[in-house]
Write a new protein. Structure first.
Length: 499
């Protein structure tokens, strides 16, 4: 196999077609995944949302990236063939809003083969041109707005294909405490890891950190420098540069980008993970191994970080050094959302002795976490409830939608409510949050009853009669994500150092 040494980095550059007979990949050494049982030489394949497996060529890339951490891949673009573009098209959301070209998923699929073959030729000829994204503002739960970029369909397809390639290279390298926007890892996995770590490690202090305007603050030069650690294919890097620089269109004006990556772009999540992998994760893990004298817990979901420490002085030292580390890459911590609080199994008694009242709470992935005790044994329990502003925002949406549907039939509105409530349960039905769920469902019932009574001045419907009618539409309230430590053990097969 031909290989050469890059003159600038002194690293060995290997073409991407490597032997499939690599050794068994090593498991991640931080709160991470373990090897599957069975044939250790057979690489498992994550499936896309459309349940389409990635190509066998990318499996060899993944094996090479996992076996050798110093390999730089010099030929990657040819993996973006018509087959991978078709997988990328099928992985996109079918009902997503169109970009500035107005092309929707269904319309593009009418002549899919011809369109993808033409797109493939343009990519490899170098005549493919990225189009600016359509920028729109969406409201957040706290009353502010977030900028969202809506790409043209072909840009989404090509970006998704590049994401498949980047995942093959970087997934084996990402550390175990990184959970955001990774296939096979969900927000509930991050929540389980956090709860398990607090229960099993000697955590007395929690650092709740948030990077301010992260997606808008990432510097393009650093993104490309980080990518060059593993990628030597200039054509692939040129594609990514096009998407970073093309900018957005808002109110008819074309605004080019000098920094940041657009939220809503298909490629933004993995670029964010690469940025924080080199900018934060590797450094934080090294700090934990070399400088910490006691237990340190780390869980990161995109730019939201929660870290647990046994000693307050180590937590404050880490916070000071983390600020300096992030500033090197143009990032700053949010002054209001970054806090160090006393939290853990001894926090209630310690604060009571000091006359400080109940321990403070912190928010993570939609839930407010607080210290409490079990009813039967009085032992320490991590309480979790839906963040109030999140609940209020969702209730306000349902209230407005019920008023808009006021004159629809009970059957149609009930079916819509069932879908909305089941989606709410699918995320928020975690252990410790039952009371919040009952409050939410009761409020939705009142909103629906009030909407029905407004249909006519003579309309009358008692609460009991209404509740009997709506029982068929409201899904039962039950925990869908209970026993976080058991779920975490099942996912990691009890081999994670978080124990």
């Amino acid at each position: 196999m031909n290989q050469y040494v890059d003159e600038k980095s002194d690293k060995v550059v290997v073409p991407m077609k490597l032997s499939n007979k690599e050794g068994s990949p090593s498991a991640e050494m931080v709160e991470g995944r373990t090897l599957p049982e069975g044939n250790s030489q057979q690489t498992t394949v994550d499936r896309t949302q459309s349940r389409v497996a990635t190509s066998s060529g990318l499996l060899s890339v993944r094996q090479a990236a996992q076996a050798r951490k110093d390999v730089r891949f010099s030929a990657l673009l040819h993996h973006i063939d018509v087959e991978l573009l078709e997988q990328s098209y099928l992985a996109l959301k079918q009902k997503a809003a169109p970009g500035i070209d107005g092309v929707r998923w269904q319309a593009y699929g009418e002549g899919l083969n011809e369109s993808l073959e033409d797109l493939h030729r343009r990519i490899h000829r170098g005549s493919y041109r990225a189009k600016p994204a359509r920028r729109t503002m969406i409201p957040k739960a706290d009353g502010t707005e977030r900028s969202l970029s809506i790409l043209c369909l072909e840009d989404k397809i090509v970006q998704q294909a590049v994401v498949f390639v980047l995942e093959a290279i970087y997934e084996p390298e990402f550390l175990g405490f990184s959970y955001g926007f990774r296939r096979g890892r969900s927000q509930h996995d991050a929540l389980d890891a956090l709860s398990t770590g607090i229960y099993r490690k000697r955590v007395n202090w929690v650092l709740d950190a948030d990077i301010q305007g992260f997606f808008d603050a990432m510097e393009h030069d650093w993104i490309l420098r980080f990518l060059r650690h593993r990628i030597a294919d200039k054509r692939l890097l040129r594609l990514i540069t096009k998407w970073l620089k093309v900018g957005t269109i808002h109110d008819g004006r074309h605004e080019r980008s000098s920094r940041g990556t657009p939220q809503g772009a298909v490629i933004s999540p993995i670029l964010a993970n690469v940025y924080l992998h080199y900018g934060f994760d590797l450094w934080a893990n090294r700090w934990r191994q070399e400088k910490a004298s006691a237990d340190v817990l780390m869980v990161r979901y995109a730019d939201d970080l929660v870290l647990g420490f046994e000693h307050e002085e180590e937590a404050r030292a880490f916070l000071t050094e983390m600020r300096e580390r992030l500033q090197m890459f143009g990032l700053t911590l949010h002054p209001e959302k970054t806090r160090l609080i006393q939290f853990g199994r001894w926090a209630i008694n310690d604060r009571k002795r000091q006359g400080l009242g109940k321990p403070e709470t912190f928010d993570f992935l939609g839930f407010t976490h607080f210290c409490t005790t079990s009813r039967k044994r009085g032992t320490f329990v991590i309480g979790r409830r839906t963040i109030r502003k999140r609940m209020r925002a969702r209730l306000q949406f349902i209230k407005q939608e019920l008023r808009r549907r006021m004159h629809d039939s009970i059957y149609e509105t009930g079916r819509w409510l069932r879908r909305v409530l089941q989606g709410y349960l699918n995320y928020f039905a975690v252990s410790g949050n039952l009371r919040s769920l009952y409050v939410f469902f009761t409020q939705v019932r009142w909103y629906w009853l009030r909407a029905l009574k407004r249909r006519s001045q003579k309309a009358y419907l008692s609460w009991k009669a209404f509740e009997r009618r709506t029982t068929r539409f409201f899904p039962p309230i039950r925990l869908l994500h209970s026993h976080p430590t058991g779920r975490f053990d099942a996912r990691t097969r009890r081999r994670s150092p978080v124990r």
